[in-house]
Design a protein around this ligand. Structure first.
Ligand SMILES: NC(=O)c1ccc[n+]([C@@H]2O[C@H](COP(=O)([O-])OP(=O)(O)OC[C@H]3O[C@@H](n4cnc5c(N)ncnc54)[C@H](OP(=O)(O)O)[C@@H]3O)[C@@H](O)[C@H]2O)c1
Length: 376
């Protein structure tokens, strides 16, 4: 396992951090975690060299922290740093922030949290956290030793990221990043900005929640043609760790084989280790995924609101995602929501208001018809 000191925190973190958001139930459809399996996975990761665990107050119906706490008994707590998060939805003032933090310490069975994050910020949420005094609360808890580092996780647009990053003295930031998300959310610009400010970055969704672990045919052909053979997972993690701004890559694993493979991969990663051919390969892989795009909708929403309430950008986003990552539309939560809200393409009456407004001049009416047929 590779380790690196995380800037001013001084923590010598493992390059692979275990995400504790995706533990499964014992049987398919079981919504409660298979606790024994999760504890064993966590301990095997730690035994293999992982010293960074990521959880949150809300994960797995608020049970993730409990399982992590149990896994860290028997001497395991001293071997790791814990990152967990405070959700805006559960707090409204200092008293409730204190109650949430104390509850988390109790569930995690520890007297301190290493990395304490404001969960899933965008500009609006940051301002709400600020309005209820979260920054002062974090400072005070740091002084009391209940938390060690003040951090945030982020899923908003770049402009919000820049604003939040420059607005407070953060110790670490967690962003979604992978070779398909370089221009999405904080993106490469956000990563570089954090690097310039000396703020260590922890990565989530490095495999896009697992979607990059199984390459579609045209992508697999590129991997196969490369002289050095590596799995899609290894290429994705290797690409991430090649960035000097990236300190820890989180991945949520459900099987021992995944932990073992990731432990092996993170033995031989590092900033700047990819040569020009490898970098070109990953650029080609990125393009090969994009070649699978069904329609060039940028999600600008100029077509909205549709007079008949069709969720045009939502449908196109699902259509593109299903095609890019070969996922099953039956399991797509975005599509489920569109159907539940009765915003499907079956409502389209072909009035064309959307096509007149689309800056990309897309054939939206035809696209909606095809998308709906294919997604059905
Ligand atoms: N703060 C936030 O708002 C936020 C949001 C998202 C995530 N997170 C944190 O970041 C962590 C990492 O994100 P993530 O779980 O989405 O990471 P990820 O690495 O993008 O996806 C994890 C999934 O990838 C697959 N996987 C992992 N290792 C594999 C391997 N060796 N071979 C094949 N498949 C493999 C598994 O999918 P299958 O289960 O399908 O096999 C696993 O569930 C989360 O667990 C959570 O702790 C935080």
């Amino acid at each position: 396992m590779k380790y690196r000191e995380m800037g001013k925190t001084g923590v010598n973190a493992s390059a692979f951090g275990l995400g504790c958001m995706r533990f499964n139930g014992a049987a398919s459809g079981d919504t409660t975690i298979d606790e024994q399996k999760a504890i064993s996975l966590i301990r095997q990761a730690i035994d293999g060299g992982v010293n960074y665990l990521d959880t949150a107050y809300t994960y797995l119906d608020k049970t993730s922290e409990i399982v992590v706490g149990k896994a860290l008994l028997d001497g395991y707590r001293d071997k790791v740093t814990i990152a967990t998060k405070m959700p805006l939805g559960a707090v409204k003032d200092r008293e409730s922030m204190q109650a949430v933090l104390d509850e988390q310490l109790g569930k995690l069975q520890t007297d301190h949290i290493d990395f304490y994050l404001m969960h899933g910020l965008d500009k609006k949420e940051w301002e709400s956290f600020r309005a209820i005094g979260a920054p002062q609360f974090f400072e005070d808890m740091k002084r009391e030793g209940k938390i060690r580092f003040k951090c945030f996780s982020f899923h908003g647009p770049y402009e919000d990221f820049e604003y939040i990053l420059n607005d407070y003295d953060w110790d670490m930031v967690q962003i979604q990043y992978n070779f398909m998300d370089t221009e999405n959310q904080a993106g490469i610009k956000g990563l570089k900005l954090a690097g310039e400010k000396g703020i260590p970055v922890v990565i989530m969704e490095g495999l896009l929640g697992g979607r990059l672990s199984k390459a579609p045919e045209n992508v697999q052909a590129l991997y196969d043609a490369f002289p050095v053979k590596r799995s899609a997972v290894e290429w994705a993690f290797r690409w991430l760790c090649n960035h000097p701004e990236v300190y820890v890559v989180l991945s949520g694993c459900n099987e021992l084989e995944q932990i073992e493979e990731n432990l092996r991969i993170f033995d031989s990663v590092g900033a700047g280790i990819m040569d020009a051919d490898e970098i070109k390969l990953m650029d080609d892989v990125h393009r090969a995924y994009l070649d699978r795009t069904k329609i060039g909708c940028t999600g600008c929403k100029y077509c909205m609101p549709c007079p008949n309430e069709v969720n045009i950008p939502g449908i196109f986003s699902v259509w593109n995602n299903v095609s890019l990552y070969c996922t099953d539309p039956a399991n797509d939560w975005g599509l489920k929501r569109i159907k539940e809200n009765n915003q499907g393409a079956d409502r389209c009456i072909g009035c064309g208001a959307c096509e007149n407004a689309c800056p990309q001049s897309l054939s939206i009416i035809e696209g909606l018809q095809r998308a709906w047929e294919e997604l059905a």
